[in-house]
Design a protein around this ligand. Structure first.
Ligand SMILES: Cc1ncc(COP(=O)(O)O)c(C=O)c1O
Length: 386
């Protein structure tokens, strides 16, 4: 006799139920593949929505960070402050430029870069001169700071911008996962010098692979477009006036992005409902959710919580065909970054990472599936505890 196996509930899958196919077919039919009207339209949609003066479509969120750091003036040998708990791309982008990340531990409640540690480090371990801000120990320049708006929660930008101004640091916001999140009416990625976004397939909107750079600065926007087009400085001749990249977002993928942007309000609504469901379902359990910073209206991109024995919970849910994941491994624990400086008192990032579990939160998840997840989590939490 055939046994019934319930469908897998995926962690976070793309939702392509709008005009994606129609717009992508139009892009292909137009024969404009590298650039074209959908790319311009997607950039305008993002600019309108976020309030950024300029939005530049780019091949992915990692290349967006690499270019944004270049635009911010980060050079070989520089130091860049990054949160210790983030997806590895944030720190990788710093390394690509020959610079070195300084990992900063996170706040135990918001899970974002601990700004007290940033301030303490800059006040007590650096000096400034006309060339910028330098580490007292090794005299390397600290050029930039990358706040990461993890899971849709936004770093306290007024405070961070104040610190950055005092110590002459450029602020590059990694808003890869926070499209749709606002703080005091400002969209994530629009408070610093530059912001970056990702549209990979697990993000709130997707272009399969893609990203964007956001800025209010005309000169930086122009240079961003130049750098991502191999720094080509002549319309027809192959003249390239600096080291450039082939990082443009292509027209058919931007077409997918246009269709996704039309659905963003619905996606945000569903993400909120999913987060509210988990908050309510686990209110009586010993779990902790991410606390939002003051003034933040999260996009609730990814529902996650902290729980003891998270790995047992993940394994138990996998056995029930429910896909979950741990939070990211802290950057300071990864081999590539082990020799680099980690600012911490209590290694909060390892504790949060060790207890973290990301829960199913696709925008297409049904109410029945949500019920199934919370019931399975609830009974596993009870059995794991005993
Ligand atoms: C915080 C963070 N930064 C950067 C990236 C890199 O984006 P992409 O995968 O589009 O290169 C991601 C996404 O995956 C991310 O979550």
């Amino acid at each position: 006799m055939e046994t019934y196996s319930p469908p897998v509930i995926p962690l976070c899958e793309p939702n392509l139920n709008g005009r994606e196919k129609q717009y992508m077919a139009e892009a292909v039919d137009s024969n404009w593949l590298s650039g074209g009207s959908f790319l311009r339209r997607f950039e305008h949609q993002l600019a309108d929505y976020t309030g950024a003066k300029h939005v530049i479509g780019i091949s992915n969120g990692t290349s967006a960070l690499q270019v944004a750091l270049t635009l911010a003036g980060v050079e070989r040998g520089d130091l860049v402050l990054v949160p210790d708990l983030t997806f590895v791309a944030t720190a990788n982008a710093v390394k690509y430029l020959g610079a070195t990340p300084i990992m900063v531990d996170i706040d135990p409640h918001t899970w974002l870069m601990n700004l007290d540690l940033v301030q303490d480090f800059l006040e007590n371990h650096t000096y400034q001169n006309s060339g910028g801000c330098f580490h007292r120990k090794n005299h390397r320049r600290i050029k930039a700071v990358i706040p990461v708006h993890l899971l849709g929660n936004i770093c306290e930008m007024d405070r961070l911008n104040g610190i950055a101004e005092q110590f002459a640091l450029a602020v590059v916001e990694d808003a890869a996962c926070s499209l749709g999140a606002f703080q005091n009416s400002r969209h994530s990625g629009t408070s610093g010098l530059l912001g970056t976004m990702s549209f990979n397939s697990n993000k709130i909107i997707t272009t399969a692979g893609g990203g964007a750079i956001l800025t209010h600065n005309d000169t930086l926007a122009k240079r961003a477009r130049h750098l991502i087009t191999q720094a080509k400085s002549h319309l027809t001749e192959y003249i390239h006036d600096e080291l450039g990249y082939n990082f443009r977002l292509v027209n058919p993928l931007a077409a997918m992005g246009c269709a996704q942007m039309e659905q963003l309000p619905d996606f945000l609504q569903r993400k909120r409902e999913v987060a509210a469901h988990y908050h309510e379902a686990f209110a009586e359990y010993e779990v902790a959710f991410q606390q939002l910073t003051p003034g933040t209206d999260s996009n609730y991109w990814h529902s996650a919580m902290l729980v003891d024995k998270s790995r047992s919970l993940i394994a138990g849910l996998a056995a029930e065909n429910i896909e979950t994941r741990p939070l990211w491994t802290p950057i300071h624990e990864l081999p590539v970054f082990r020799e680099d400086v980690y600012l911490t008192h209590e290694n909060v990032s390892s504790q949060v990472s060790g207890r973290g579990i990301m829960l199913p939160c696709s925008t297409s998840i049904t109410d029945e599936q949500l019920q199934r997840v919370s019931q399975a989590v609830g009974s596993l939490l009870n059995s794991i505890k005993n």
